[in-house]
Design a protein around this ligand. Structure first.
Ligand SMILES: NC(=O)c1ccc[n+]([C@@H]2O[C@H](COP(=O)([O-])OP(=O)(O)OC[C@H]3O[C@@H](n4cnc5c(N)ncnc54)[C@H](O)[C@@H]3O)[C@@H](O)[C@H]2O)c1
Length: 402
């Protein structure tokens, strides 16, 4: 057992991504799976002081009733792709970590999320300030109970509707007084982000929800000396788009239009079938091509809920482009990914890299992690290769300074 133990606090722990991350960590710890899918297992990450997956203790919040072990078992049955013996062998770890789960907060996450919440009763906080106090208490006592050197808070909860811009979001000085009196001042994801950063715990936003993206919360991260990063994990269709678009750009082939249709059937898809929640996701997925090719073009991204597909997100993309002598051509691809299995190893990567950054004294936005996100905070580039170069140059400097 490693000496330094760290915590991974999952907001939305019972969801597909949260459950698969917990299963993956337990399977890694027991040597029942290998590190395929983990970016931090690539050779260029060796020699860094990253936490071993076996050093990570899981806890979290959710607004739905249920146990972590049962959520994993149900997901495994639905997906039909996890090895049943691995799921069974990990059950004891999942039951143990399930004891660390606490009811989450739903003040301001929109109707689609409020409809999900059937978690155990606990008095609903009267204000964002009261919610922050409750959430901080849960996370702090998790750290103390397990004697954890650090805890990283990871948002893998349902996607919220886009947040209204409020003048109070501009600075910490303006935000703080409103927390006690204005119930609608922050989206739930930003309440969690505030709770984490104010405690001095790194906050990672794997969703398109606002989270720590507000100027006041970036200021809080810098003020407390804590790293933060987001947002919206780049795991499937958008990953392919940001790898392919640079090819068209570098061959000077003019992209005329790029249309992507996505269909999925899991709980995430159900929440995204509410147009207000869907808008945040579509915006995040649709912006990338124009930025990479450097000129305006017609793009369209759709996301539809097709229940029978469950976690097997399927995307069909049509790229219309023009070559020499005005010749028009097209390219199409189909992507069929198991969403939770694509996301889970990246959650482990982000936890390891964010905890490392905190030990190295880094604070504010971690720009070198842009390649993990569809809408990277603080980085304009969407080109996957440019983003990966940011990570590699960080690794070089981290290695030189050890
Ligand atoms: N799977 C991927 O490849 C991928 C990629 C990028 C982003 N994401 C995002 O990650 C998030 C999780 O995806 P998923 O498939 O696990 O979704 P999911 O619907 O299966 O799980 C979300 C969980 O969050 C919980 N939740 C909702 N609001 C909460 C709150 N206020 N506090 C605590 N818990 C709350 C729900 O009860 C649910 O258990 C989604 O926002 C999704 O868009 C996923």
């Amino acid at each position: 057992m490693p000496e330094r133990r760290v915590g991974l606090w999952l907001i939305g722990a019972l969801g597909g991504v949260g459950s698969t991350t917990a299963l993956g960590l337990a399977a890694l710890r027991r040597g029942l799976t290998d590190t395929t899918g983990l970016v931090t297992a690539l050779p260029q990450f060796s020699g860094l002081d990253l936490d071993e997956p076996s050093a990570i203790v899981v806890g979290g919040h959710d607004v739905r009733r249920g146990s972590l072990a049962d959520s994993v078992a149900t997901l495994a049955r639905r997906i039909g792709a996890f090895d049943a013996t691995v799921v069974e062998a990990c059950r004891a770890d999942l039951e143990e970590w399930g004891e660390n789960l606490r009811p989450g907060a739903v003040l301001n996450g929109g109707d689609a999320i409020a409809a999900l919440a059937d978690g155990p009763n606990r008095p609903q906080p009267s204000s964002p300030r009261a919610a922050i106090d409750l959430l901080q208490n849960d996370i702090r006592s998790f750290r103390e109970r397990h004697r954890l050197a650090q805890v990283v808070v990871m948002n893998v909860a349902s996607t919220e509707p886009a947040a209204d811009h409020r003048p109070e979001h501009a600075s910490l000085e303006r935000l703080q007084p409103a927390l006690a009196s204005d119930r609608g001042i922050l989206a739930d994801s930003s309440i969690y982000a505030y709770a984490a950063l104010d405690l001095g715990y790194p906050y990672v936003n794997f969703t398109p929800s606002p989270g720590a993206s507000l100027p006041a919360l970036i200021e809080l991260a810098e003020h407390r000396g804590v790293p933060t990063v987001g947002q919206d994990g780049k795991t499937g269709e958008t990953l392919v788009k940001t790898v392919l678009a640079p090819m068209f750009a570098r061959r000077n082939l003019r992209v005329l239009s790029w249309v992507g249709h996505n269909i999925l059937g899991n709980l995430d898809g159900r929440v995204l079938s509410d147009p207000r929640n869907k808008e945040s996701k579509v915006r995040s997925k649709d912006q990338v091509i124009g930025q990479i090719v450097g000129y305006p073009l017609q793009t369209h991204t759709s996301i539809e809920y097709v229940e029978s597909l469950d976690d097997w997100k399927t995307a069909w993309d049509h790229v219309h482009f023009q070559g020499f002598l005005g010749v028009r051509m097209s390219m199409q691809f189909t992507w069929q990914g198991c969403d939770s299995a694509l996301a889970a190893p990246l959650i482990v990567d982000l936890a390891r890299l964010t905890l490392l950054a905190q030990r190295r004294g880094e604070a504010g936005i971690l720009q070198h992690l842009a390649c993990f996100f569809k809408s990277p905070l603080g980085v304009a580039a969407h080109d996957f290769f440019q983003q990966f170069e940011l990570l590699e140059s960080y690794l070089r400097s981290a290695r030189n300074s050890t």
